[in-house]
Design a protein around this ligand. Structure first.
Ligand code: 15L
Length: 288
């Protein structure tokens, strides 16, 4: 089901975390569609060709965020601490900054936020289980908990203030999958950019989708994205021969979708432990 009449692309889009790996990968696709793409990050990388355009800001600073949001119609929020860490780093970047941004966005009249959630919000599901967008959160790490927080905050602001939002539980984004796990959860930047475009234009309230390409080994039923019009054009399937045996030596990591994030510090028993090196989660047939 394709939703009727998506809105036109918002004229002015703020991209946060714009200097990060994933944001840099999708930037060209967004720049091609946005009238104005305003870039912000907390620091600039010298090797970034857009270094001169970057608006430096700590998103936990309300006054700075207010300035950044002037004239902005929509936000693509990719800033944040991108992996497991101690609480202080995660609380600042992934909780305080997120709360500040959403509050300021409401005050500034921003219409939509598309945000980078993560597969780690649900990383404690076993790889043997296929989950959809309605699966209860099952974070595999403190990092995953902060992504669940963001999903909850987005839901609150959609319900309370009408701030539309699309949360993308991104798998592993890059030009190609890097290991056997990524055969399930890899997303090509072009497909991720397509999802961002959907978040910026589709008729939606608050929705969570999976940011994965058309991988037949995917753990996700991504019907929620398809119903919004998502048609991924890339697939990890062709990389299977090269990567099928690129598995973790840790059977706990291999058991859970979240991989090493779930395995770190894991003490509970794992049902039906698998043998290291034995690829699991066999392909379920052709990609949807
Ligand atoms: C993520 O959420 C991380 O930001 C990224 O660094 C990868 O670890 C990715 O998930 C993954 O699960 O591969």
């Amino acid at each position: 089901m394709n939703p009727a009449s998506p809105s036109p692309w918002p004229a002015c889009v703020l991209l946060t975390g714009a200097g990060g790996k994933v944001a840099r990968a999708v930037r060209p696709y967004l720049a091609a569609r946005c009238q104005t793409l305003r870039l912000t990050d907390i620091a600039v990388n010298d090797d970034d060709p857009a270094a001169d355009e970057m608006h430096l800001a700590d998103l936990a600073d309300p006054a700075r965020v207010r300035e950044l949001l002037q004239g902005v119609d929509a936000v693509v929020h990719f800033a944040g601490y991108p992996r497991e860490a101690d609480w202080p780093a995660l609380l600042h970047a992934n909780v305080q900054a997120v709360a500040c941004l959403w509050g300021a966005a409401v005050d500034a009249g921003v219409q939509r936020i598309v945000y980078a959630s993560s597969n780690h919000a649900v990383g404690y599901y076993p790889r043997s289980q296929r989950i959809d967008a309605d699966a209860p959160a099952r974070p595999d790490s403190r990092y995953g908990v902060t992504k669940v927080f963001m999903e909850a905050l987005a839901s609150l602001h959609a319900d309370k203030h009408g701030l539309r939002a699309l949360g993308i539980r991104i798998g592993s984004c890059g030009p190609r999958p890097v290991d056997a796990r990524a055969l399930a959860h890899w997303v090509h930047p072009e497909d991720l950019a397509q999802l961002i475009g959907i978040g910026l234009t589709a008729h939606l309230h608050h929705q969570v989708v999976y940011g994965v390409s058309a991988n037949r080994r995917s753990w996700y039923d991504n019907r929620a994205a398809e119903q919004l019009g998502y048609q991924p054009v890339h697939s990890a399937d062709g990389f299977e021969p090269a990567l099928l045996h690129a598995v973790s030596p840790d059977p706990v990591a291999e058991h859970f979708q979240g991989g090493s994030f779930a395995a770190a510090g894991h003490r509970s028993p794992v049902p039906n432990r698998i043998t290291p090196g034995c690829p699991q989660n066999a392909a379920r047939g052709p990609a949807a």
